[in-house]
Design a protein around this ligand. Structure first.
Ligand SMILES: [Zn+2]
Ligand SMILES: [Zn+2]
Length: 339
């Protein structure tokens, strides 16, 4: 029987192991991909550390996947062998449940759940995905360069286009890292007056080259006051992984301002008086569906938006993951398959 290889988390808290497995046959409504590249995301820690209930092992992480369909299961229409596709965190949707019928397909309870968490993901030569989780990937996009657009890209692009700001409005990108370096590009190209906020000045030049019109050093003073001095933010895209840092900037929202939280920091304290006086809000944002992924890829192609990546061979996935978790990568880490 034909084989595939996967980098597997064998049990909670363990390092990755290389495993050889039988090549799986796609079931109904599923396809199998030959993976070309898979991004390494901070949310992969959910799988490594067992951060959601009911996670079973062994599990293959990875939810920034670009590959080519190499087998199509029964009851799949619109997808053929040879098509280039992407799979993100969104694991698919049934189309029939109450959430799907209202257009909230991201919250469908009837699929396998997130890619690389409750079903095997892209740290592998092959993977199986639900057909409803697939995004078309334009031929012009390089799979290795573009894989991070399937999570870091869609999350920032989609949160920004739903943040309520219009062209010319002040929008702050909090954190110039894996998410933020894409958020800056998307915010500027979506027409916002874009402010980069980061600790220190060492990323200022880069932030400006990515599209930031203003730069705030959050270590040099009160970042909320600095945003207020610019008029108050219509939106803040909070990409950092530190609750105190998010709390310190929430006061920078202007009237009707919205802080879009896309960094997972656990409990977050905000000043309710400040929010109600400004009619401001703090809300979370789910990355997006496969259709949102397609929009992200098309917008990125149109506007020459690219992720800055460090590339690792598939077999060095553990090293790649450790590098990502160190916070030192500039800025995303991507696994390249040798197939
Ligand atoms: Zn991710
Ligand atoms: Zn559903």
């Amino acid at each position: 029987m034909a084989k595939m290889r996967a980098m597997v988390v064998p049990k909670r808290g363990s390092s990755l192991q290389l495993q050889e497995r039988d090549l799986p046959a796609p079931g109904a409504h599923e396809v199998r991909l030959r993976v070309q590249a898979c991004g390494v995301c901070h949310s992969d820690a959910v799988t490594f550390l067992g951060l959601v209930p009911g996670l079973t092992y062994p599990r293959v992480p990875g939810h920034e996947v670009i590959g080519v369909i190499d087998a199509v299961g029964p009851d799949v229409s619109g997808w053929t062998v040879g098509a280039r596709v992407g799979v993100g965190w969104f694991g698919g949707a049934c189309g029939d449940c109450a959430n799907c019928r209202r257009g909230d397909t991201f919250a469908c309870p009837n699929t396998h759940g997130p890619t690389g968490v409750s079903r095997d993901g892209g740290y592998a030569t092959h993977m199986v995905a639900d057909a409803s989780a697939l995004a078309h990937v334009p031929d012009e996009l390089d799979p290795v360069e573009s894989a991070p657009l399937l999570c870091a890209g869609i999350t920032t692009f989609n949160a920004l286009r739903h943040c309520g700001a219009g062209p010319g409005d002040l929008v702050a990108i909090h954190g110039v890292g894996g998410l933020g370096h894409l958020g800056l590009q998307f915010a500027a190209r979506q027409g916002f007056r874009t402010v980069a906020v980061n600790r220190g000045r060492d990323k200022e030049q880069l932030a400006r080259s990515l599209g930031a019109h203003e730069y705030i050093d959050s270590a040099a003073g009160d970042p909320a006051a600095a945003l207020q001095a610019l008029g108050g933010a219509r939106a803040i895209l909070a990409t950092v992984t530190n609750a105190e840092a998010m709390q310190a900037i929430a006061g920078g929202l202007g009237v009707n301002g919205v802080m879009m939280v896309i960094g997972a920091v656990g409990a977050l304290t905000v000043n309710s008086l400040d929010l109600l006086q400004k009619r401001a809000a703090v809300k979370g944002w789910y990355s997006g569906t496969s259709a949102d992924s397609e929009d992200t890829l098309q917008f990125s192609l149109l506007n020459k938006i690219a992720s800055m990546n460090e590339i690792y061979p598939f077999e060095k996935a553990q090293e790649a993951y450790d590098r990502m978790m160190s916070g030192k990568a500039r800025f995303r880490v991507v696994l390249k398959m040798d197939a």
